[in-house]
Design a protein around this ligand. Structure first.
Ligand SMILES: O=C(O)CCC(=O)C(=O)O
Length: 282
C-alpha cells in the first residue's frame, strides 16, 4: 500500500474520536483474490447460519472450502503493520486474518443490530461487577491497547455507524439511553414479520440516525477503518447493498489476554434483556 503518513493530529483524533480510516490499503490483485474467496465464504455463511446471516467467523473453520492464501496475504500487506503501529503503539499488530471473519449483507430482508458498546453491553451486571468493575473499566476505555476493531470492505460499505468520543465514557447519556431503549433486537430483526421490507428498512435507518452525534462511516473498497469498539456502534443491513467486509482486530498482548480470559462472560442476548428490563423499571 502507498506509505500512509500518520500525523500528530491523526493520533490525537484517534484517541479522542475513536476511529480512523486508512484509504485503499488493498492492492487490486489481492482485492480480486479476496473477493473470490469472500463470495465462497458468503455462500457458506448462508448455508450454515441461514439467509439473514451477518458474518462468518473464524475463517479458519472453513479452510477445507476456502483458499487461505489471500487472507494470509492481507495480514502481510506492505506498510499496514507500520501504519497501525504509528497510529496506536509499537505493541499493536494485526490479528492473523484466518482467525478473523467477514461481515455480509442479509440475503432476504433488512435488519440492524442494536446500538451497543463492546464489551460492556454483552456481559451481565453481576459478572461485570465481580470480574472487572467500573474503575478498571474506565482504565481500559482510556487505554488504546484495548478494543481496536477493524472493518476493511471489499465493496463500498456504509453499514456501520459510530458515535465519536463515546468510547472513553463509562456512563452513557440519558439521550443515548432513550434511543437505545426505543426498540429491541427482536423488533430490529422483525422476528414476527410485522413490517414490510420498506417499513423495516426505514425503521432501522431512523434508529441509526436518532443516536445523538452518530456518524455513518462511508468506506470505499480496500479502505481500512480502525475503531475503538467500546464506543457506541451499530451495523445496519439491506439485501440490495452488497457487503463483504473483513472484520478483524488490531491486537496487543494485554487485549489478547483480557479477551481470552473473559470470553466466557459474553452473553449478548441475556445482557440486552437485562438492560431493557432495568430501563423499563427505572
Ligand atoms: O456490522 C458492523 O459493522 C458492526 C457489527 C457489530 O458491531 C456487531 O455485530 O456486533
Amino acid at each position: 500500500m502507498p506509505r500512509h503518513i500518520i500525523t500528530e493530529e491523526d493520533i490525537l483524533k484517534y484517541r479522542e474520536e475513536g476511529y480512523h480510516i486508512f484509504p485503499q490499503v488493498i492492492p487490486p490483485s489481492l482485492l480480486t483474490d479476496l473477493r473470490r474467496e469472500g463470495a465462497k465464504a458468503q455462500e457458506i455463511a448462508y448455508r450454515v447460519n441461514g439467509p439473514q446471516a451477518q458474518r462468518i467467523y473464524p475463517l479458519s473453520d472453513y479452510s477445507d472450502e476456502l483458499d487461505m492464501t489471500p487472507f494470509k496475504d492481507f495480514t502481510q500487506i506492505d506498510g499496514i503493520d507500520e501504519a497501525i503501529k504509528e497510529l496506536t503503539s509499537s505493541r499493536h499488530y494485526l490479528k492473523p486474518t484466518e482467525g478473523a471473519g467477514f461481515l455480509f449483507q442479509p440475503r432476504d430482508r433488512p435488519w440492524s443490530t442494536e446500538w451497543h458498546r463492546d464489551w460492556r453491553d454483552h456481559v451481565l451486571d453481576k459478572d461485570f461487577e465481580e470480574h472487572v468493575g467500573a474503575e478498571r473499566w474506565q482504565a481500559i476505555l482510556e487505554d488504546s491497547n484495548f478494543f481496536n476493531q477493524v472493518n476493511c470492505p471489499l465493496y463500498e460499505d456504509t453499514s456501520t455507524w459510530y458515535v465519536p468520543g463515546s468510547h472513553r465514557r463509562v456512563e452513557n447519556t440519558a439521550d443515548e439511553m432513550e434511543v437505545y431503549c426505543s426498540t429491541t433486537q427482536e423488533e430490529l430483526m422483525d422476528e414476527e414479520s410485522l413490517k414490510s421490507d420498506e417499513e423495516l428498512e426505514l425503521f432501522c435507518l431512523r434508529y441509526c440516525q436518532s443516536m445523538p452525534g452518530a456518524v455513518q462511516l462511508v468506506l470505499n473498497p480496500g479502505d481500512f477503518c480502525i475503531y475503538r469498539n467500546t464506543g457506541w456502534h451499530i451495523g445496519n443491513y439491506v439485501p440490495y447493498r452488497r457487503r463483504m467486509t473483513l472484520h478483524t482486530h488490531a491486537m496487543t498482548p494485554e487485549f489478547l489476554e483480557f479477551a481470552t480470559k473473559y470470553r466466557y462472560l459474553l452473553k449478548p442476548r441475556e445482557a440486552a434483556l437485562e438492560r431493557h428490563a432495568k430501563l423499563a423499571s427505572a
